[in-house]
Design a protein around this ligand. Structure first.
Ligand code: COA
Length: 166
């Protein structure tokens, strides 16, 4: 799998919903199916970005290394989900996806980017913290993890991000 420098980030439309769903299933216990993703993408202000190997091999069904789904509106934006395939993690793709989502949100008029993350998701928390997100709230018992209930942290990043744009 490529290093982040061999990746390009491109907008993903509803026609990519199956590929996004396949990657979502690799990244999360509760997978979102393609029709749910297509419905999300149809919401006002919603957008998706996908990481592709560069140069793209032209295969429209090739597995994606990473994706982010977000929504901008009312001067704010929210990351709805972000994931990098297990084989491609730790190479800067998540950071590049966040930077691209922040740039898209900024262009849509957002001055801040929000997200929710489980408080035990150490990789994601490190990524967000290093990117410039900071804590603005806690939702106790927000996620189910088997019999456990895990709190969500609500994080905010002011746009443009101080660190993430590089
Ligand atoms: C969170 C996730 C998107 C990170 O993607 P990634 O491409 O591996 O992240 P990057 O390589 O861009 O790493 C960026 C930063 O995150 C942190 N990080 C990433 N992987 C890490 C790991 N395994 N351990 C510790 N820190 C890690 C590091 O601080 C890293 O910055 P640094 O290399 O300058 O130290 C990926 O782990 C993932 O898809 N996880 C499953 C889905 C998920 O939890 N999504 C977030 C839901 S809120």
């Amino acid at each position: 799998m490529s290093a982040a420098s061999d990746i390009e980030i491109r907008p993903a439309g509803k026609d990519a919903a199956e590929r996004l769903a396949a990657l979502h299933a690799l990244c999360f216990d509760e997978a979102w199916d393609a029709s749910s993703i297509a419905r999300l993408l149809a919401m006002p202000g919603a957008f998706a970005l996908m990481a592709l190997p560069s140069p793209a091999d032209g295969d429209p069904d090739a597995p994606l290394p990473g994706f982010v789904l977000a929504r901008a509106g009312g001067g704010e934006a929210e990351i709805l989900t972000i994931g990098v395939s297990p084989a491609a993690r730790g190479r800067g793709i998540g950071r590049r996806l966040l930077a691209a989502a922040a740039a898209t949100a900024l262009a849509a008029g957002a001055d801040s980017l929000f997200l929710e993350v489980a408080e035990d998701n150490e990789e994601a928390l490190r990524l967000y913290e290093r990117f410039g997100f900071y804590l603005v709230g806690i939702r106790p018992a927000y996620y189910a993890r088997g019999p456990l209930r895990i709190a969500a942290r609500t994080l905010r990043c002011d746009l443009p991000p101080l660190m993430g744009a590089s």
